[in-house]
Design a protein around this ligand. Structure first.
Ligand SMILES: [Zn+2]
Length: 307
């Protein structure tokens, strides 16, 4: 049975509808720690985030992928508290982020140890808990993969081969995404397990088409951001659909998030996609079936695991 693994446990994909494949609830971009979150007031985290999640639940969102990996503040107690308070399944990530956010200890680990670290979180639990990660999140530097990033990617490929977990990578250039696809194929991975996060940052849409045709999920995840007006995304979506790549598209907002270093900082909500962008898609001529492919079926399949 296909499931999506959330911090509330496995959910059969047949019970899910719309999924937001890339958002953030609790993230810390202050750089390599050691940051101590033990004094964080989880009640305050819930008070700030729960209303934003209730809004998207009311819109029909049935799960949210929390794309924050270890190294940049993934904090399981916060994700669990918010998921329990709202009943919204949250998918937590294993993996790592990109240079220069990688801690020195992680930089020095051999690929086998990195694979073991990810496998443990995907199959047994995060930390001392029995709560399992539901995807592998990584990153690539803008100039291309550093040696540590390549080692992490190869390690992730081996963890994905053994679990089926998706690998989602923060990758802002087509050049780096092509290199990642090459490495994953060298490791024997089906590119349908790879999500190219922030693909819209690559201006050459033909590279989006090229990788989508090889099976990669092309994720447009700045929807609702002031820097990326809706028409810029509609144009990309029209090109991908024209090229027959509708089944490879993921849509999200990269919105949020609670900052442990600045708990009162503004949090961008998650309601724009369902509330404003989907109506814009309809106005642009996308029918209900196409909208469902991009917002329901594609994320269900991208993050599906055998349960
Ligand atoms: Zn993100």
């Amino acid at each position: 049975m296909a499931i999506v693994m959330s911090v509330l446990g496995p959910i059969p994909t047949s019970e899910l509808g719309m999924i937001l494949p890339h958002e953030h609830l609790f993230t810390d971009l202050r750089g390599p720690g050691p940051w101590d979150y033990s004094s964080i007031d989880l009640g305050h985290v819930v008070r700030r985030l729960a209303p934003l999640l209730e809004e998207i639940k009311a819109q029909g969102v049935t799960a949210l992928v929390e794309a924050t990996p270890p190294c940049v503040g993934r904090h399981l107690p916060a994700l669990e508290a918010v998921a329990k308070a709202t009943g919204l399944p949250i998918v937590a990530a294993t993996g790592a982020y990109r240079d220069p956010f990688l801690p020195q200890a992680m930089r020095e680990l051999p690929p086998e140890a990195l694979t073991e670290m990810m496998l443990k979180e995907l199959t047994e639990g995060i930390g001392n808990s029995r709560v399992r990660a539901g995807l592998i999140k990584l990153g690539a530097s803008d100039e291309g993969l550093t040696p540590a990033e390549e080692r992490l990617l190869r390690a992730a490929a081996q963890a994905s081969l053994r679990t089926g977990a998706a690998i989602a990578s923060h990758t802002t250039t087509g050049f780096a995404a092509l290199r990642q696809a090459q490495i994953l194929e060298e490791e024997g991975l089906d590119l349908a397990r790879f999500v190219w996060v922030h693909a819209h940052c690559e201006p050459d849409v033909e590279l989006h088409v090229q990788l989508a045709r090889r099976g990669v999920y092309v994720e447009y995840d700045a929807i609702g951001s002031p820097d990326w007006p809706d028409p810029s995304f509609i144009r990309l979506l029209e090109r991908l659909w024209d090229a027959g790549c509708g089944s490879r598209i993921l849509l999200s907002q990269d919105a949020g998030w609670y900052q442990p270093g600045d708990p009162e900082a503004p949090i961008r909500g998650y309601g724009y996609l369902a509330g404003s962008f989907v109506p814009a898609l309809r106005s642009a001529g996308f029918d209900e079936s196409a909208i469902s492919t991009m917002t329901v079926e594609n994320p269900q399949q991208a993050f599906a695991l055998e349960g």
